[in-house]
Ligand binder design. Sequence first.
Ligand code: G
Ligand code: G
Ligand code: MN
Ligand code: NA
Length: 253
Amino acid sequence: IRLIRDLRHAAAQGQLLLHYQPKLDIREGLVRQAEALLRWQHPQLGMVSPGEFIPLAEHTGSIQLLSAWVIEEAMRQLQEWDGRGVWVQLSLNISTTDLLDAELPGRVGALLARYRVAPEQLIFEITESGVMLDPERALQVLHGLRGYGIGLSVDDFGTGYSSLAQLKRMPVQELKIDQSFIRELDDHSEDSVIVRSTIEMSHSLGLKVVAEGVELASGLDLLQRWHCDTAQGYLISRPLAAEAFEAWLAQPY
Ligand code: G
Ligand code: G
Ligand code: MN
Ligand code: NA
């Protein structure tokens, strides 16, 4: 209850921040992409995980406030990096509720102009269950975002609702295979069959594939052999604060 009340003020009190987890381009062997992950530095409780407060925010109506903060902060950060000659593409997590907000594309378009951010520098990650709530409305929002040139990605693919018919209708360019299939990836498990066929299917549909939760070097080797495009996970790096991420980028991978 306390958390709900505090959450409403978190943005205004400067308690929110974004961490950035590198996404490795497997073929090129370099990092020019990252996923922005929300962090809440609570004055008494310390770092609170979004796994705890995002669901809370979804239920109490403060999610739109949080999402607005995340989108604007990401743009501000991109503008700052651009000023120092650092080019990155950022993925942002967009909640179910945001997908039903018809005003979202317009607000994002206005922010792109205000911060002079190229739309190619942003990818919005959505979940299929988010789209399933009200497909017509969500598709309209997605097409609106796409109209501004924002990239779209399906997060947590393979869990929850994974309707291939739905996937075909969505204007997405990227698919992220859920961590549960990747973390203990080896050459002969069921996971390997699922991952290989998902990569093949995605490429047939013209989608890039990200493997999330890459923890083992052996897993990365397999993903490379199977022509997966992008790897994200603790093996490459944990999510980092902005300054640490910038320093990390400056080192050759
Ligand atoms: O970073 P971490 O692994 O603790 O994230 C836990 C969950 O919170 C993940 O499902 C992630 O997608 C989600 N999450 C992280 N940042 C954001 C955000 O900015 N917005 C939304 N809606 N979800 C986020
Ligand atoms: O739902 P989503 O895919 O957005 O969740 C991203 C979350 O996964 C982040 O909170 C991040 O901290 C976490 N994460 C990223 N890489 C790894 C990894 O290699 N292993 C594990 N266990 N979690 C990871
Ligand atoms: Mn994500
Ligand atoms: Na995921």
